[in-house]
Write a protein that binds this ligand. Sequence first.
Ligand code: ACO
Length: 329
Amino acid sequence: MAVPVRVRGIGAYAPKRVLTNHDLEQMVDTSDEWIQSRTGIKERRMAAPEEATSDLAYAAARQVMERTGVTAMDLDFIVVATVTGDMQFPSVACLLQDRLGAKQAGAVDVAAGCTGFLYAFHLARTLVASGVHKRVLVVAAEVLTRMLDWTDRTTCVLLGDGAGAVILEAAAEGEEGVLSSHLGSDGSLWDLLYFPAGGSRTPTTPETVDQRLHFFKMNGQATFKQACGVMERACQQALEDAGLSLAEIDLVVPHQANLRILNQLSERMGISAEKMVVTIDRYGNTSAASVPMALNDAYEQGRLKPGQLVLMVSFGAGLTWGAAVFRWS
Ligand code: ACO
């Protein structure tokens, strides 16, 4: 790639309202014991009624901009990863561009399910590396709790709301920043995770609403079976592209879908607990937002230090997967 690219700053936002497993016991036929033992989740956050995805995106974006001193006019592109936009269109990115006052920035959303942040990160990296753009705001934001069927215990206990943001910008010649980013997809597995109705295939009708077809549907076991393999292969490819071994990586930031998936990944790849960032107990699965929220958590806890090498990895609806390696500066 022509222009070196670096990650400048991290920010995140988690809505205030905490929904615990005990709260869920009052809503559906489930138990704290089942949820914790099958998923590792203890609680998740839920957006307030007046909060939509662009509000969460704005809060995360403001935090990374305040931490770095980057102003809205410094941004020349905005990419938002989400599958829960405020509305079908326009994009969350355009709503965010307006609210930030980023008058010189193009803006677009990316939909790649839980891999959304890795996709947005890769696109932003290539925009900057091409020399066409100098500084890109990358945000992942989701309000999935609005898209859940609160009578379906197999899905409603898994997901939560949140947002995370980074800025990618041109680095000085010779400076190490983003070392690799690798993406993959297999659309033949599209029906593992989806919203059945509300799109052009099955438009909204009174019947689709009655049949609860606008809510998140997932084949949990089939998704689980794919998860480890695609994440492991994505990690290996990203490491190979970066010319690094796993032993040289300081921090692994994986998508937080299920603690059992994270444990399996750690075992298969030999990732130590000190290197692995785990936040699923507090936030559940926040889809595209989970990787930047976990990265922010590591930053706030002082686990992410200048000079360290970070490996991020995710998988999600599509089916999609991706991994990236960067040096934190
Ligand atoms: N509480 C109590 N019991 C439950 C619950 C619940 N919340 N949910 C399911 N059960 C029951 C089932 O009905 C079933 O009962 P049965 O045996 O009487 O039929 C039993 O528990 C076992 O169900 P399984 O589906 O076999 O449970 P499993 O161990 O597979 O765990 C889970 C389910 C947690 C969903 C798991 O499959 C998983 O995590 N899959 C991966 C999901 C994922 O990674 N998604 C990521 C992408 S999300 C995105 O892209 C937006």
